[in-house]
Design a protein around this ligand. Sequence first.
Ligand SMILES: [Mg+2]
Length: 204
Amino acid sequence: MSRPLVICDCDEVLLHFVGPFADYLAAEHGLTLGLDTFALTGNIRRGDGTAVDATEFMPLLDGFFDTHMATQTPAPGAAAALASLAERCDIVILTNVDDRHNPVRTAELARHGMPYRVVCNSGPKGAPVAALMAEYGATAGAFVDDLPPHHGSVKRAAPGVFRLHMVAEPRLRGLIPAAVDADRRIDDWPTALPVLEAALGVTQ
Ligand SMILES: [Mg+2]
């Protein structure tokens, strides 16, 4: 019998990202990441104040994931909330990183108490969410992500999936408005858990 399916992003939902990424940029490249606006490209600057070009961004991002993923720390309550949901639901981590980062990302999440299947993606998440719902034969689903465009994409491709907008990183919360296509905006796991349980019909 199929169970409800929880499809959850990783960076800034389960694991902190901007802090470790900023530390990596400073230590390995002598660059500074500013957080005055919600954008990574354009906010990375050299010592002389000039911004790093957009074309240089992806190599920096992949460089971080290649060598520094182990510096990412878990969001408070994430592992406990997913463990509770996993008793009654299937869990898949849907993360926009290159496939080559899957083994380390899977191992790091497991090391932090989140031993779940990791699916790597690029671009909008609507299509992979719809595909996962079909693959699992799930009758109910929930999607958790920090980036508003993904909620629009999932709303269009899998409208029956409950969409929770979560920005687990306190420094980003004020920079990311509530996603208009999400059902709820909740930025911490202890508050989100009963809301997800209710949406999935698995209230204890
Ligand atoms: Mg994210």
